[in-house]
Design a protein. Sequence first.
Length: 494
Amino acid sequence: MQYVSTRAKNTVVTGAQAIVKGLSEDGGLFVPSEFPAISKQELTAMEDMEYSERAAFVISKFLTDFSLEELNDYTKKAYARFYDGDPCPLVAIDDKTYILELWHGPTCAFKDMALTLLPHLMVASRKKVGETSKTLILVATSGDTGKAALEGFKDVEGCEIIVFYPSEGVSDMQKLQMQTQTGDNVYVCAIKGNFDDAQSAVKVIFNDDNVKAQLLENGYKLSSANSINWGRLVPQIAYYVSSYVDMLSSGEIEFGDKINFCVPSGNFGNILAGYYAMRMGVPINKLICASNKNKVLTDFFSSGKYDINRDFYKTMSPSMDILISSNLERLLFEISGRDDKYVADLMNSLKNKGYYEIDFAKLQANAANFEGGFSNEDMTMYTIADFYDENDYLLDTHTAVAVGVYKAYQENSGDDTKTVIVSTASPYKFPQDVYNALTGEFVQNSINAADMLEEYTGFDIPEPLQNLQSRVVRFKDVIEKDQIKQAVLNAIKK
Ligand SMILES: *Cc1c(COP(=O)(O)O)cnc(C)c1O
């Protein structure tokens, strides 16, 4: 399997090269040259495998320059870091609604599904391509990627990691998790601005030959742990396949029955992995893309116009407070019939004018499986309280967006297809808002809020979020967004 750039199809690399590079030199994203098929026999055989084996099997279809044995070793190590048993349990709420919990990893967000594995893939890929310089991982985070990448890459040989987060754009709990990060090869810094500012600044560095030359002089090459890196996306395909297999083995569906997935979306990486699973042959009816008040994706799916000339809102689902959903570029590549010039033009238009527009008929024809919807703040609060009352199940603020969107979709469409709601974070990562939704009381301190939420609901605080207050704060820097280059250069010279 080869990988091509979405902006220049004649740029062809191996899986290992795609992972080490992170981003193509033309600014495009690497995508597989074709979609490998998964057969009925293979899906059925997966019923007897544990999750790490299922993941290795799915990934092996894409990363053909890795052996299955090698991948099994990495997935076993990665998913052994999850704190209780099954890394992604599928919980039945009723006979048509299921919740896929992806937050049982070391940082309690779905990013762990990929970021516990990516360091193994990165180290192996470096060997395969004969890389001798150090890999410098640059991350822009809206909250959860940063911590998960730090945990994944801390003290990994040959790698250093720098994380930039918007100083006022992450939850207290997320901030505390990052500021107290341990490890000798890590640096964390806040940026005055929002997530898009941080992401754009990081992208500029990736395309800045001058900075890259200076880094190389110091023995570093850049890579990315954001979902623009193929090594982040490929592990995510596995849980879509695996949850279909779970539905089969629990007798909820028979082979061939289609299911829906509803995904709380920001950078569009999670749901895109679901689309790739569908392209492999997993029977999927609808992929419901749920947004918060920053509903640029909802508007795109209903009009064909992607327009970031709009207000940016800070919401209680900060990991979805994004206007530039980078991975949509990969979908555009597919729905345009893999037209690289066209994708490059759209991305230029986005950069220069802040919008692009595609032919709506083409969108409807080639992305028919996608539905968009959004939930505003009131609706999200209501959903958390209502779902708790009805089902004795505690949603975090991001998953609540998805549940709200799904309920509205279901009512409007009458679609009774069994639906998996992808749950992306533990409610204890956002305890103030969740507690407020349940009780009407906003607790100022997030640690207190977590304790009160635990007492109120009886659901335990996950182990990785316990005792955060007793950890040492190591990183307090806050910089202007135009100082990011200098911050990178300073960090590597330390
Ligand atoms: C990152 C994140 C999302 C958004 O996922 P994308 O892949 O960026 O669309 C949603 N919820 C949580 C909790 C996240 O951390």
